[in-house]
Design a protein around this ligand. Structure first.
Ligand code: SAM
Ligand code: SF4
Length: 426
């Protein structure tokens, strides 16, 4: 890949590779959710969907021949609507088409409202070794207001099932800044979650996304000041419980960071299979980074998957620094200069001036060859990222890049929820 204006030559490296698999149905669509998830009407077409996934994987696998896969993420939607047998069939197929690492991380997203007794033990036998449980809150009134299909007690039961199945490595998803919530309420949710002994906690500020039911009929949310106070209080509580914040929304016990998401944030590669799944692949020899997108609508996906229907879009070289920063600056520890150069193929000189300016303004911190956002920079990450948008040519008005900043208002204290490549990051 050319370096544009600079004479310095940088070689693209082949980064670690992961696999994302999308399951697009839920028992009921939540009013805040803009993921590619659809209320299930009638019977789940489990067999046909798994067959479509297998065809999709078989079609895409040759592009990564010989490369080791370090993690698999079964996300949604609600993958736990699918039987352990179906998950086992898909994972066996993945083993035939891909070189899976010996210590492969395999995460399954589960909705507490879909977990029957003994189910997690069967998922574990199928090859799942990590679970992400969508708790959201432990206040039954708030869960109802969020349109969730489960109560707090069902989340507690699901966590007990996880421990009984020997799946100690599990995440709990919580949201904060909920309608009617105050700091004490947000802290109660943290305490309830910690009492279930997870190894990881994802803590998302509720955002009102375009096209959702909440966007049409917005609930009254706490003020920005109150929400910031919740975040600070919850972060301290988690820190005291030895849950280290390693990304804007992610906290983990030692050794329990989500390998799959870390790979996204360090601009690694991933195959994306399933309805609407995104992928990112680097061709070091071809000198390009390519994004893939599968057909979004589940029925169309079932009838077309495996026939090469996904689109391949090379990322213009000038957009790579922004895409890299959008992901890597979410990490509390930041990134090394050589990760930037190796994974974007761009010389450091292409961003060095902007990085120095941001360090000077106290928004970034440089330690040797490592750069990270300062606490101030993390609070105003949108503003930091906007500095890297200037490299985009005017013609990129319709690219994904221009939409990538939309989820959160610029210059606000709210953090970006999804990164580019998006929709897969959980
Ligand atoms: C795609 S969902 C998958 C989990 C599973 N479907 C569930 O909801 O139980 C991943 C997580 O994103 C978070 N999330 C989804 N929409 C959100 C929004 N508008 N604001 C903040 N967090 C959101 C929720 O915490 C959710 O558990
Ligand atoms: S939040 Fe989870 S359960 Fe709710 S609609 Fe989205 S994907 Fe489905």
């Amino acid at each position: 890949m050319g370096s544009g204006s600079s004479a310095v030559t940088v070689v693209l490296e082949t980064p670690p590779l992961a696999l994302y698999v999308h399951f697009p149905w839920c028992v009921r669509k939540c009013p805040y959710c803009d993921f590619n998830s659809h209320t299930l009407h009638g019977d789940l077409e489990e067999r046909r969907y798994i067959e479509a996934l297998q065809c999709d994987l078989a079609t895409q696998a040759p592009a990564v021949a010989g490369r080791e896969v370090v993690s698999v993420f079964l996300g949604g939607g609600t993958p736990s609507l699918f039987s352990p047998r179906a998950v086992a069939a898909f994972l066996a197929c993945a083993g035939r088409h891909l070189a899976l690492a010996a210590d492969l991380e395999v995460t399954l997203e589960a909705n507490p409202g879909t977990i029957e007794r003994g189910r997690f033990a069967e998922y574990r036998a199928a090859g799942v070794n990590r679970v992400s449980l969508g708790a959201q809150s432990f206040d039954d009134g708030r869960l109802a207001a969020l349109g969730r299909i489960h109560c707090a007690e069902e989340t507690r039961r699901a966590a007990a099932e996880l421990h009984a199945a020997g799946l100690e490595n599990f995440n709990i998803d919580l949201m904060y800044g909920l309608p009617g919530q105050d700091v004490a309420g947000a802290l109660r949710d943290i305490d309830e979650a910690l009492a279930l002994c997870p190894s990881h906690l994802s803590h998302y500020q509720l955002t009102i996304e375009a096209g959702t039911v909440f966007a049409g009929r917005p609930p009254t949310l706490p003020t920005d000041e109150a929400t910031d106070e919740m975040l600070d209080a919850c972060r301290s509580r988690l820190d005291r419980a030895k849950f280290t914040q390693y990304e804007i929304s992610a906290y983990a016990l030692a050794g329990r960071r989500c390998r799959h998401n870390c790979n996204y944030w360090l601009f690694g590669d991933y195959l994306g299979v399933g309805a609407g799944a995104h992928g990112k692949l680097t061709s070091a020899s071809g000198g390009e980074v390519v994004r893939t997108t599968q057909v979004r609508e589940p029925r169309r996906y079932i009838s077309s998957a495996g026939r090469g229907t996904f689109t391949r879009t090379p990322v213009p070289a000038c957009e790579l620094p922004f895409e890299f920063m959008l992901n890597a600056l979410r990490l509390i520890e930041g990134f090394e200069v050589e990760t930037f150069t190796g994974r974007t193929g761009r010389p450091w000189e292409s961003v060095a001036g902007k990085m120095a300016d941001l360090v000077g303004e106290g928004l970034l911190v440089a330690t040797g060859a490592c750069y990270r956002a300062s606490p101030l920079g993390l609070s105003f990450l949108n503003e930091v990222l906007l500095r890297f948008v200037t490299e985009i040519p005017k013609t990129a008005g319709q690219s994904r890049l221009s939409t990538a900043l939309q989820p959160a208002p610029a210059l606000s204290k709210r953090a970006l929820f999804t990164g580019v490549g998006g929709g897969n990051v959980k």
